[in-house]
Design a protein around this ligand. Structure first.
Ligand SMILES: Cc1cc2nc3c(=O)[nH]c(=O)nc-3n(C[C@H](O)[C@H](O)[C@H](O)COP(=O)(O)OP(=O)(O)OC[C@H]3O[C@@H](n4cnc5c(N)ncnc54)[C@H](O)[C@@H]3O)c2cc1C
Length: 377
């Protein structure tokens, strides 16, 4: 195969690459997407699909809320198999300390236009009767959504294709840069812009970028319709998700449209093998039963793992990579890439095309990571 020239070559057909392809193709660019596997087969197939507003930092809030609005706007176009359900999130407070966090979150979200409701212990039990007795309360965030990520990625790729984008599956990329993509079979693809959207594998193609794999486990149960109504996340999750050193598990359960319950979640650095780690799985399921004892008597039908792409400052990398005018990054989304894929695509396209972004882009620019690398040397 000879070299072809596109406006944009995107490496990775996960939800982020798919969203970027869709946005750029709809804005009139000649796009091709290259993936060594299938559409939505990486972390996108492993993710929970919780479209959630988060507030670890102002930048994280801005990106998650912007993207959630974009998902809301897309809702009417999504096919049924994307399983978009606005079930809402309940952040569960186990004690008074976590209730203080409920009130802080309520203030923070409320002052930024996100509707929330503080639930006392009785109200929490009324909305989720299968939680164990004795919880302090919770925060209901009604606009949060769940969806099925691989079908969302497929929808975005197909819409990109309708706008002229090409898709090359089964093509492994060996090297990128300076307007060229070199495939493992030595073929090349030329592009004015190359977008590294290779998720947890992005550093294999752009070695200076600091992305670490953060492994996660999930379990899905048989059908127990009506048992769970909202995505439930323990507020202790915030403590464990922030740990950058140790393995952690947290109670995080999701109702699927099928009546199944998706049980998460775990976080591990330095675990590169795909296989399930039974010690972590056990810890995760025991944690879940601590909050919902009835889960212990349910049957699980499948367990899987996936790799989040973690950056040192917990924000994604969206924009040009210093030192190579042709290279852009759209990666490093850790546990929020399903949520933030649509906003990532908008911000990336704004930078490539030169249009005004809806939110400030500075916190997500890869130049910050390049500076960190230079300081570390
Ligand atoms: C257990 C778990 C639960 C999660 N839950 C949620 C959640 O509820 N909500 C949320 O918002 N996010 C969640 N996430 C995070 C989310 O899944 C990811 O952030 C998101 O899927 C990243 O998408 P991506 O397109 O960047 O990467 P991926 O989906 O991993 O796609 C990258 C693609 O690049 C391809 N690729 C890589 N290297 C090459 C190469 N050299 N040549 C060709 N192709 C290549 C891969 O084959 C892959 O298809 C979760 C993640 C995990 C692991």
């Amino acid at each position: 195969m000879g070299s072809a020239t596109f406006d944009v070559v995107i490496i990775g057909a996960g939800i982020v690459g798919a969203a970027c392809a869709d946005e750029l193709a709809r804005r009139g660019m000649r796009v091709t997407v290259v993936d060594r596997e299938m559409v939505g087969g990486g972390a996108t197939a492993a993710g929970m699909g919780h479209i959630v507003v988060m507030d670890d930092s102002e930048a994280q809030f801005a990106l998650t809320r912007y993207s959630q609005r974009l998902w809301q706007a897309l809702r009417s176009e999504l096919p049924d198999d994307v399983e978009y359900e606005q079930c809402g999130t309940v952040w569960v407070a186990a004690d008074d300390e976590e209730m203080a966090e409920v009130r802080r979150k309520h203030e923070y979200y409320g002052s930024r236009g996100v509707p929330t409701q503080v639930l006392n212990a009785r109200e929490l039990k009324a909305v989720e009767p299968n939680l164990r007795d004795g919880m302090a309360g919770g925060l209901l965030v009604s606009e949060d959504v769940v969806l099925y990520p691989p079908c969302a990625a497929r929808f975005l790729i197909e819409r990109a294709q309708k706008h002229g984008a090409e898709l090359r599956l089964g093509a492994s990329v060996a090297k990128i840069g300076h307007g060229e993509v070199l495939l493992s079979d030595r073929a090349t693809i030329g592009g004015k812009i190359i977008v590294n959207a290779a998720g947890a594998w992005a550093a294999a193609l752009t070695p200076e970028v600091q992305i670490k794999k953060r492994k996660g486990h999930l379990v899905i149960t048989d059908r127990y319709r009506g048992y769970l109504r909202h995505q439930l996340v323990e507020l202790g999750y915030l403590k464990s998700a922030h740990s950058v050193t140790s393995d952690s598990v947290a109670f995080n359960v999701q109702p699927r449209r099928t009546g199944q319950i998706l049980i998460g979640s775990s976080r591990q650095y330095g675990a590169e093998q795909k296989g399930a780690d039974h010690k972590i799985l056990r810890q995760m399921l025991l944690r879940a039963q601590k909050y919902m004892p009835g889960l212990g008597s349910m049957s699980a039908v499948r367990t899987w793992t996936g790799f989040r792409a973690a950056t040192p400052d917990k924000l994604p990398l969206i924009g040009p990579w210093p030192g190579d005018d042709s290279l852009f990054l759209a990666t490093g989304h850790e546990g929020l890439g399903i949520t933030t894929s649509l906003a990532t695509a908008k911000l990336l396209a704004d930078q490539i095309i030169g249009s005004d972004p809806e939110i400030p882009i500075e916190p997500y620019l890869p130049a910050r990571a390049a500076k960190e690398c230079a300081h570390a040397e």
